[in-house]
Design a protein around this ligand. Structure first.
Ligand code: ADP
Ligand code: MG
Length: 321
């Protein structure tokens, strides 16, 4: 399996009136064809800004200041906005947390799927677009798709709306789907259904998926590999079984301890004490040093290099050095 996407040394700065936020600080990761990579980390770790940097949809005050995003042999950071518009939706699609903000409340859902096809599949006839829109509604598990086609977003439940958002994202058969906290705004039973849907879809249509989540618990069933982000850096990456059974970074271990386990009612659930670093003035050493139980003097002073802790598995921690 080849790499469909390879990000190297991605560095993103966001200028604010208070100073420069170093939101992403030299992040490396790749995505293999037809695999699901989960990017996990607490809120503020830099997950969303990393992916917005990849997609070229950073906020106006944000900029990729270093690094490359290789997609099918081309560096997307060198693309013009016009070239990126061709890539977005058609080659790489992204879905966000809140389906309501991605949908147009005044347009029927079927038409919203067709808009995507109009933009990127100019050769399609009107009738073909409608057929495809209904096919996509059915693909994402919406029953009675012909009737749903003519409904507005407010006539659908939250879970249905997120299904529509996924249908729009998949309309042009993107090679990569990036889902940023796609289930966070939904209640728990619906979350599970959407995750199941994404797993089924991947088998059916063979897209490569990046799923972003702050909850390591949701990745066990859906991801092949995991990338753990903290303080704008990638601190550990590995195959999903390795991350769960042999976590190497204290931050990853902390995230694992904070997953609620259904079968251990009342068991000790430990949030990681402390708060993430201020990325306006990020620590010079390991970003987790201030919260780490095992912290040493070197951790505060220098950022550790990555150490191999198994096949496909590496972590940036001085204790592994
Ligand atoms: P995550 O998705 O992991 O929760 P983000 O990528 O959204 O984190 O944020 C990374 C850092 O960038 C945080 O310190 C956050 O406060 C900052 N940030 C994100 N968006 C903006 C913005 N529009 N303006 C200023 N700072 C931002
Ligand atoms: Mg985010």
């Amino acid at each position: 399996m080849g790499k469909i996407l390879e990000v190297k040394n991605l560095t993103v700065h966001i200028k604010t009136h208070k100073g420069v936020v170093q939101a992403v600080r030299g992040v490396d990761f790749y995505l293999n064809e037809q695999e699901t990579l989960a990017v996990v980390g607490e809120s503020g770790s830099g997950k969303s800004i990393t992916m917005k940097g990849v997609m070229g949809i950073l906020p106006k005050n944000g900029k990729v200041v270093e690094g490359s995003v290789m997609f099918q042999g081309n560096d997307l950071t060198k693309y013009s906005e016009r070239q990126m518009q061709q890539v977005r939706g058609s080659e790489i699609a992204m879905i966000f947390q809140d389906p309501m903000t991605s949908l147009n409340p005044t347009m029927k859902v079927g038409k919203q799927i067709e808009e995507m096809l109009k933009e990127h599949r100019k050769e399609m006839s009107k009738a073909d677009r409608k057929t495809r829109a209904i096919e996509l509604l059915s693909l994402v598990g919406i029953s009675n798709p012909e009737a749903r086609y003519d409904q507005y977003p407010h006539q659908l439940s939250g879970g249905m709306r997120q299904r529509v958002v996924i249908a729009i994202a998949l309309a042009c058969d993107p090679k990569v789907l990036i889902a940023d906290e796609p289930t966070t705004a939904l209640d728990v039973t619906i979350q599970a259904q959407i995750l199941d849907l994404m797993r089924d879809l991947q088998k059916k249509i063979k897209t490569s998926i990046i799923i972003i989540t702050h909850n390591l618990g949701v990745v066990a069933n859906i991801a092949d590999r995991v990338a753990v982000m903290y303080g704008g850096k990638l601190v550990e990456t590995g195959d999903v079984e390795d991350i769960f059974h042999n976590p190497c970074h204290e931050y990853t271990k902390g995230l694992l301890r904070s997953i609620p386990k259904a079968h251990e009612k009342g068991g000790e659930l430990q949030a990681i004490p402390g708060t993430p670093p201020d990325l306006m003035e990020p620590p010079v050493g390991c970003p987790f040093a201030a919260r780490c139980k095992e912290t040493m003097i070197v951790c505060q002073k220098y950022m550790p290099d990555y150490t191999d802790c198994g096949k496909n598995h590496k972590s940036a921690c001085w204790m592994l050095d």
